[in-house]
Design a binder for this molecule. Structure first.
Ligand code: PMP
Length: 402
């Protein structure tokens, strides 16, 4: 009988598992929810919020969903590449004219930007070699587990100094001079998470030159296109490094700029050395996707496809994205105008900036003012409203004094 094979002191399979630390941002959302003070502010969570504090479904998304309900005739399987037309329509938004022209750039739909980042890491691993990936500090905390899970080696380099609120560009370039041909450089295409501090166009150019000169591969994470300074401006750096590089990867997400979060909508693009090699890479992506999710979820990509195929819906999406961007920019301007020590916030982009606060000061702000932000000092600008931005700024500035 089976029991006979169990040794008494041998732990059962799942008894061997070790408890994991819970996600600190999720814990923060729980704390904010439980706070009963009416003036509390949740600037921890990383989703866009409108002036009423809601994360709305975009008008064009609602309209596209209605179209899909009326017209979609099957839920039968798509292939591992997902919705190929979605990928085709997103490509020029990311790459501009370069994307439309180049048959060296191929893409597949993925479950969000996370899926794209992971699939890219699997491709790097599958290609063999000993490429390492250079990653600026700080970065989005999920980059390391997502990409590291595929077994790619990380090399950390400086990116941003929280105290002086500056991008450490010279230090970054110096570190990248230590990279070997074939190494990768992970860059945030725009709206750097967690700092909000992006490279200037001249810095992107310098980076592109270095990448070309040394035979490095940019691995661009483009999760917030349209939420920094507009769709075109936000893709400018990505286009520069992709054009300069012989080979590149771009992990794209529609979860923020289409407000699709839980629909898990994104794409991974690969630039290869030739059109033929691009097709080989594409075949590899399909094989790797099959081993992870087989095929990506359809609904979000079908929504984006429907929007981009329908002139009025696309125009309305662009208009609403601009409304979101305008709201973020105006909150940034208000914070910057409040006190010169917050002036840096208006120079930065996207939903996040990082305040030069100690973790203790962050915890104190929680207790004294009901302000909930990550311990690093990262806060979501879109979590503020016209009514509480001054309250927030006053509380933060008092801590900078203290
Ligand atoms: N990259 C960055 C920098 C992000 O902040 C996020 C989402 N928080 C992603 C990628 C992944 O986005 P998605 O929800 O599409 O997987």
């Amino acid at each position: 009988m089976t029991e006979n094979f169990l040794l008494a002191d041998e732990p059962r399979l799942f008894d061997r598992l070790e408890a994991q630390a819970s996600d600190s941002l999720l814990a923060l959302i729980g704390l904010a929810k439980a706070d009963t003070r009416p003036e509390k502010i949740d600037v921890g969570v990383g989703v866009y919020r409108d002036a009423a504090g809601a994360t709305p479904i975009l008008r064009a998304v609602k309209a596209a969903e209605k179209v899909l309900i009326e017209t979609q005739e099957t839920k039968s399987y798509l292939g591992s590449e997902g919705d190929a037309r979605f990928v085709e329509l997103i490509k020029p938004i990311v790459f501009g004219g370069l994307g439309a022209r180049s048959d060296r750039i191929v893409g597949v739909q993925t479950p969000g930007g996370c899926g794209a980042l992971r699939l890219g890491a699997e491709l790097i691993k599958a290609a063999g070699g000993n490429s390492r990936i250079f990653v600026g500090q700080p970065t989005w905390p999920n980059h390391v587990p997502l990409i590291g899970a595929a077994g790619v080696e990380f090399v950390a380099h400086p990116y941003y100094d929280k105290e002086t609120r500056t991008v450490l560009f010279d230090e970054m370039i110096e570190a990248l001079k230590g990279a070997r041909a074939g190494d990768l450089v992970l860059v945030h295409g725009c709206c750097h998470n967690p700092t909000g501090a992006d490279l200037s166009l001249n810095q992107w150019r310098e980076l592109a030159d270095l990448i070309a000169e040394r035979g490095l591969l940019p691995y661009v994470d483009l999760a917030y296109q349209g939420l920094g300074n507009g769709l075109e401006d936000d893709a400018a750096g990505t286009r520069l490094v992709v054009e300069a590089a012989e080979q590149a990867l771009v992990a794209q997400s529609c979860d923020k700029n289409f407000g699709l979060y839980r629909e898990r909508t994104g794409a991974l693009f690969i630039k290869a050395s030739s059109a033929e090699q691009a097709q080989v890479a594409f075949g590899n992506l399909l094989g790797l996707a099959r081993t992870m999710w087989s095929m990506p979820p359809d609904h979000g990509a079908a929504i984006v496809r429907t929007i981009l195929e329908t002139e009025e819906l696309e125009a309305d999406w662009r208009a609403e994205l601009k409304e979101m961007l305008t709201r973020i920019r105006s909150l940034r301007a208000r914070l910057a105008a409040y006190d010169e020590r917050l002036a840096f916030i208006d120079e930065q982009n996207g939903m996040f900036s990082m305040l030069p606060l100690t973790p203790e000061a962050v915890v104190e702000l929680r207790a004294s003012h009901g302000i909930y932000m990550a311990n690093s000092g990262r806060f979501n600008v879109a979590g503020l409203s016209d009514d509480n931005v001054d309250y927030f700024a006053a509380a933060v500035v008092a801590k900078l004094d203290g």
